[in-house]
Ligand binder design. Structure first.
Ligand SMILES: *[C@@H]1O[C@H](CO)[C@@H](O)[C@H](O)[C@H]1NC(C)=O
Ligand SMILES: *[C@@H]1O[C@H](CO)[C@@H](O)[C@H](O)[C@H]1NC(C)=O
Ligand SMILES: *[C@@H]1O[C@H](CO)[C@@H](O)[C@H](O)[C@H]1NC(C)=O
Ligand SMILES: *[C@@H]1O[C@H](CO)[C@@H](O)[C@H](O)[C@H]1NC(C)=O
Ligand SMILES: *[C@@H]1O[C@H](CO)[C@@H](O)[C@H](O)[C@H]1NC(C)=O
Length: 418
């Protein structure tokens, strides 16, 4: 049996199974996981983890650049000079070949664009805000679906150009349009998006067409409302909230509220500390019941259901593993540590409310190698370029809780899974 910490990716299983539930007043979309950082033999897949970390760093480089461009401020009040221009990634360039990066750490599903509706398979991303798909003139995109504005009666061309630059300097770019976009029965008219005519080489091997971001306009490259914000303003969703349950089975994205069948008790909300990413402050971490950091102000946390594991500042992560018996640096490049599988730590996160435990199953990324009695932990010290006191919480944390992303409250909420 593989631990469910193995999950890297979640895919929308059957969009046709999406249903509108009058009882809950929202739309639920079943998700399933696709890939693992653990090999079939239960050992840690180091190569996959290194690629994953490099991809995360690239994603955060451009979204933080967008924030600076849109707001005139650096995200997290960063004082370092690395974010001065949009085009310069705030992290050292990575040696990993981009063509090998498998873009499989987000949820994928079918949306439709245009009139008549045309299907696209896109990744849902809670840490970016734009929508893009390939343009019909994009010849580099293999067999994927393409958007032809001539074939949609509701297409309107907009001024300007969209571009996302990746860590290797390659660019995804193209013209901007508005058109009708539908996901799982939630329809938005005049949604702004890009149909890209050039794509970075590493998208060629991708099984999806594009990306749909679920974060805020402040980190949008287009500086425009995201699909979900358009759905709110056009009253296509019942509330300005979407919720996520990530699990090996029964995973679900719920648009327009929460699904009460999936959690028990109250939702513990925490106001966003900054509106761009889904980011909250005042975070604390414990290991086996003892606090890791003494700061009463705590740390910032970015919630990203498109990230596999958890990343923290190197000094804090080192302190954390120092509290775990028999721990050592396992892989400096990916910032990962190992420890005895016999003394798996109990790690919790809190924001001044209850302690949210990370199950040992979700913390364990598998044995360092076949037959080893050392296991790899799901918190990495690798710098993904988010700043000195910022953690990034991905699936390894989110699988332990029901998570509510509330635009209405400008808050993230956690509840006990049912
Ligand atoms: C799993 O173990 C088998 C038998 O020891 C081995 O042949 C195979 O290469 C291993 N697979 C991985 C992905 O480590
Ligand atoms: C950034 O600085 C402003 C002004 O000092 C402060 O109000 C805000 O809380 C800071 N944000 C973060 C995320 O540290
Ligand atoms: C579009 O996607 C839906 C849901 O996955 C599917 O039922 C339908 O057959 C697709 N249409 C085309 C033209 O591929
Ligand atoms: C959270 O924000 C709301 C307003 O949106 C405010 O009423 C409330 O006091 C804030 N809570 C905390 C703990 O700051
Ligand atoms: C972790 O928690 C479990 C269940 O509460 C407990 O059995 C175990 O002893 C704890 N481990 C450590 C290292 O404290």
């Amino acid at each position: 049996m593989l631990p469910s910490a193995a999950a890297v990716a979640l895919a929308l299983a059957l969009l046709s199974a999406a249903t509108t539930s009058p009882k809950f007043g929202g739309t639920n979309i079943p998700l399933h996981k696709r890939k693992s950082l653990i090999t079939v033999n239960g050992t840690f897949d180091r190569a996959a983890a290194v690629k994953d970390a490099a991809k995360i760093a690239k994603k955060y480089s451009y979204t933080q650049g967008n924030y600076l461009k849109n707001t005139g401020r650096k995200i997290n009040n960063r004082t370092d000079s690395s974010l001065t221009t949009f085009s310069r990634p705030p992290f050292p360039r990575q040696a990993e070949p981009l063509t090998d990066i498998e873009d499989d750490t987000e949820w994928a599903g079918t949306i439709t664009i245009g009139t008549p509706p045309k299907n696209f398979t896109i990744k849902f991303d809670t840490a970016s805000s734009d929508l893009w798909v390939p343009h019909s003139s994009c010849t580099s995109h293999g067999t994927q679906n393409r958007y032809n504005p001539e074939l949609s009666s509701t297409s309107t061309s907009k001024d300007g150009n969209f571009a996302i630059e990746y860590g290797d300097g390659s660019v995804v770019s193209g013209p901007i349009f508005t058109d009708t976009v539908t996901i799982a029965g939630v329809t938005v008219a005049n949604q702004i998006f890009s149909a890209v005519t050039t794509e970075a080489a590493h998208f060629l091997s991708d099984t999806t067409d594009g990306v749909l971001g679920l974060a805020f306009p402040a980190i949008s490259r287009l500086g425009q409302p995201s699909f979900f914000q358009s759905a709110m303003s056009q009253r296509s969703v019942h509330s300005g909230e979407f919720s996520v349950k990530l699990a090996a089975t029964g995973a679900e994205l719920f648009l327009g509220g929460t699904n009460p069948a999936l959690y028990t008790g109250d939702i513990e909300f925490h106001n966003l500390s900054q509106v761009g990413f889904w980011q909250i402050g005042g975070g604390h971490v414990t290991v086996n019941g003892s606090p890791v950091t003494s700061s009463c102000a705590g740390f910032e946390v970015v919630i990203d259901a498109g990230t596999t594991i958890m990343y923290g500042p190197a000094d804090q992560v080192e302190k954390l593993y120092n509290m775990v018996p028999d721990s050592q640096v396992f892989d400096a490049q990916s910032g990962l540590y190992s420890f005895s599988c016999e003394s798996m730590p109990n790690v919790t996160l809190s924001w001044g409310g209850r302690d949210w435990a990370i199950s040992q199953e979700n913390f364990n990324l598998g044995r360092t190698e076949s037959g080893s009695c050392h296991c790899v932990g799901a918190i990495s010290s690798r710098d993904v370029g988010l700043g000195a006191n910022v953690w990034l919480l991905g699936d390894s944390f989110l699988k332990n809780v029901y998570t509510v992303f509330s635009v209405d409250r400008q808050a993230v909420g956690f509840a006990q899974l049912a």
